[in-house]
Design a protein around this ligand. Structure first.
Ligand SMILES: Cc1cc2nc3c(=O)[nH]c(=O)nc-3n(C[C@H](O)[C@H](O)[C@H](O)COP(=O)(O)O)c2cc1C
Length: 356
């Protein structure tokens, strides 16, 4: 990391978390950000037909309005997921709603889908059309939506042809009732409608990938059901996972009892266990993207060995800054080589039987 980036990251950490986030977005949009080109051939990969220079993605929530996807791609992320975006702009929950749990290398957020809505998001994606790099759109539903399933279809229709892939986010804990969409009949109905909308939008062209993003707070029966439904309705993959509503006993920070979703280091083992269960339930037949607590090349490697074909991270950026993507790529490539894997895809699922 250059001196400037080290200094910038340290400075940003002295600000209240939401101010720091805004400052980081501003700096990135002005071109003040790290640059890294991943040339490890062992990391160049594909997921659901998307070609990635490396499997390290930026998770949703950092760039809710698609303001800086190109800066994050330039920093070394292999793909960038923007959003969650809802059809209409919404303010989200009252502040404060974002907390650093520094002692625990964790974050609690109850943002509540604050974003500027689909029109603004589409405008940003239109302005970058034709540029290289994979940028996905993570879709959410407005808090006051009459029919939440309809909001996802509205998102698909508005951004079709502008985003390289879509994520259906039914796992944010901060919109009351949203997670109920992960349950049996509600998910069946939602995925049925998405699959129909996708066919209509695709026509004769090749279809765009659509992923489903799930919570870590699921039991194995729920995991089996979700996997089966995702496959039945042709989902391109499952993103495991969103933040957790659990609070492990060992948390140290004074903020540990704030309401919202917990992410960062304490989510690593929990989300990796669920990832392993998804890998077992799907017998490797549906691609998985592993998210939750990744802060190092070792963590990314653990997710890959647990069954992830690609990974994403967000919270660790709060502590390490955006040059983390580059560090993880170099470390991951070295670990693969040391273990005799010529390519990361050979390592996918190699630990799935073990406890992560
Ligand atoms: C401040 C914050 C906002 C988030 N917003 C979203 C969001 O809008 N949509 C979404 O699908 N996930 C959102 N997430 C969840 C992340 O994408 C990710 O799934 C989760 O934080 C676990 O990864 P991590 O431990 O690397 O942060 C958010 C996370 C944080 C910390």
């Amino acid at each position: 990391m250059s001196f400037l980036h080290k200094f910038g990251t340290a400075l940003v950490k002295t600000l209240p978390p939401e101010t720091a986030h805004r400052a980081a977005l501003r700096a990135l949009s002005l071109g003040i950000g790290p640059k890294y080109k991943c040339d490890h051939t062992s990391l160049k990969t594909e997921i659901a037909g998307l070609s990635l220079p490396n499997p390290i993605g930026l998770a949703a929530g950092f760039d809710k309005d698609a303001q800086v996807p190109d800066a994050m791609l330039a920093a070394g992320f292999g793909f960038v997921e923007c959003g969650s975006v809802t059809p209409l702009p919404q303010a989200g929950n009252p502040k404060p709603r974002l907390f650093r749990l520094s002692e625990d290398r964790a974050v609690i957020n109850r943002m509540g889908f604050n974003n500027q809505g689909l029109d603004n998001f589409a405008k940003h994606l239109r302005a970058r059309k034709g540029k290289p790099g994979i940028v996905g759109a993570n879709l959410g539903a407005n808090k006051d939506a009459k029919n939440r399933a309809t909001d996802y279809i509205t998102g698909l229709a508005a951004l079709w042809g502008l985003a390289d892939y879509f994520t259906i986010n039914v796992s944010s804990p901060n919109t009351p009732g949203l997670r109920d969409l992960q349950g049996g009949d509600a998910l069946e109905d939602l995925l049925g409608r998405i699959s129909e909308a996708r066919q209509n939008l695709t026509g004769d062209a090749p279809s765009l990938p659509i992923f489903l993003k799930v919570a870590p707070d699921l039991n194995f029966a729920q995991i089996e059901r979700i996997t089966e439904q995702a496959r039945t309705y042709g989902m391109s993959g499952i993103i495991v996972s969103n933040t957790t509503i659990e609070r492990p006993d060992y948390l140290q920070s004074a903020h540990k009892n704030e309401a919202g979703g917990l992410s960062g280091a304490p989510l690593m083992s929990m989300s990796t266990r669920i990832l392993t269960e998804f890998y077992t339930a799907s017998a490797g037949k549906i691609p998985l993207i592993g998210v939750g607590g990744i802060a190092s090349g070792g963590d990314a490697y653990t997710k890959i060995r647990a069954g992830a074909s690609a990974v994403q991270l967000y919270s660790a950026l709060v502590y390490a800054g955006p040059s983390l993507a580059a560090d993880i790529c170099d470390d991951l490539a070295a670990r693969l080589k040391a273990d005799g894997f010529a390519h990361m895809r050979e390592a996918v699922g190699t630990l799935a039987g073990d406890k992560a």
